[in-house]
Design a binder for this molecule. Structure first.
Ligand SMILES: NC(=O)c1ccc[n+]([C@@H]2O[C@H](COP(=O)([O-])OP(=O)(O)OC[C@H]3O[C@@H](n4cnc5c(N)ncnc54)[C@H](OP(=O)(O)O)[C@@H]3O)[C@@H](O)[C@H]2O)c1
Length: 299
């Protein structure tokens, strides 16, 4: 993070101050950056008392006072999924964003669904996308719209294709304790994961090394079945894992079903060679052990 620390202090704005962005916002605040963002429903002007200013953006209408709120922003993370009308941020604020005087860098948070099913093969960022779902097709269109919106402007837009996100507050240990952990058994189906703090490290490394239009796979080093993670978490907790549920008879949301319908392993060489990132949590094992240690220390 030496490179990031040497950047002039910036002002980060996250469209979609959810799990990943709230964690990133707190991290840059600790380094004396300004940080703020949006949620659909704003109960208090400070995200859950965490000291991050939050503004309402429903995705269905423009954010109120956008020009004033965004005036000094230098860095933007777009973390809102596209819908049937495309990317809601560009839909309502593309012109506002293009006119920001200090904007330098945009990170678009995407998904490996843009690759479609690869039947377990390794996928590299230069492989031609081939979405097999509406979700993946919308994402690919949104990725392209963000990059082309800033072509020739001097603002650098990067695309991050994130694998399954976990971290403190969203993980298999807490699912097991809450009784909500499920093992969906689809033989041969594997996917990568990524710890939320490794995403933050990758985004900050990219801010230090902008590259307009560049795509990064954001994933750990070990694609595996969902059951492997649940069983490992159960072992750490000294619990019995739940019985596997066959994929064909599992009750799944349309989003989860489209997710399990595909299988791929992400190549992650680029985040290392171009961004100089070493993952703090190269597999779910390091990540879950650290989360458990922190949970026990806090108990
Ligand atoms: N979770 C994963 O494993 C995974 C994997 C790959 C990619 N992704 C994508 O990566 C991004 C970050 O993931 P995350 O898990 O950190 O996200 P998250 O916690 O679900 O947060 C998403 C944020 O976007 C806001 N939002 C969602 N739909 C919106 C809409 N239609 N209009 C306006 N705001 C909307 C949410 O508002 P509220 O705060 O009001 O809910 C929330 O602040 C997301 O785009 C996600 O789809 C996630």
């Amino acid at each position: 993070m030496d490179e990031f620390n040497s950047l002039p202090k910036g002002s980060l704005f996250c469209f979609g101050l959810g799990f990943t962005c709230a964690r990133l916002a707190r991290r840059v605040q600790e380094l004396s950056w300004a940080a703020a963002g949006t949620r659909r429903h704003v109960e208090s002007p400070d995200r859950e008392g965490e000291g991050i200013p939050v503004h309402a953006f429903s995705g269905l209408a423009p954010m109120e006072r956008a020009a004033e709120i965004l005036a000094n922003v230098t860095h933007i993370v777009a973390s809102i999924p596209p819908g049937e009308h495309g990317d809601p941020i560009l839909r309502f604020h593309e012109a506002d964003l293009r006119s920001l005087p200090n904007l330098q860098w945009v990170g678009y948070l995407s998904t490996p669904a843009v690759y479609g099913d690869r039947q377990g093969a390794i996928v590299h960022e230069d492989d031609e996308p081939n979405p097999g779902s509406v979700r993946g097709a919308r994402r690919l269109a949104a990725e392209r719209a963000w990059v082309s919106a800033f072509d020739g402007t001097g603002v650098s837009v990067q695309v991050f294709r994130l694998s399954g996100i976990y971290g403190p507050g969203r993980n298999a240990l807490e699912q097991l304790r809450a009784g909500t952990a499920r093992i969906i058994n689809k033989p041969g189906q594997v996917f990568n994961r990524i710890h939320v703090d490794d995403i933050g490290t990758i985004l900050m490394a990219s801010m230090a090394r902008p590259s307009h239009g560049r795509i990064y796979n954001v994933a750990d080093d070990e694609a595996c079945a969902s059951g492997d993670v649940i069983c490992y978490a159960a072992e750490l907790l000294g619990m019995e894992p739940p019985a596997p549920i066959p994929y064909n008879s599992a009750e799944l949301s349309p989003m989860a079903r489209s997710f399990y319908a595909e299988c791929k392993r992400l190549d992650t060489g680029r985040i290392r060679t171009e961004l100089g990132v070493e993952l703090a949590y190269p597999t779910y094992r390091e990540g879950l052990r650290r989360i458990l240690d922190d949970m026990e220390a806090a108990a």
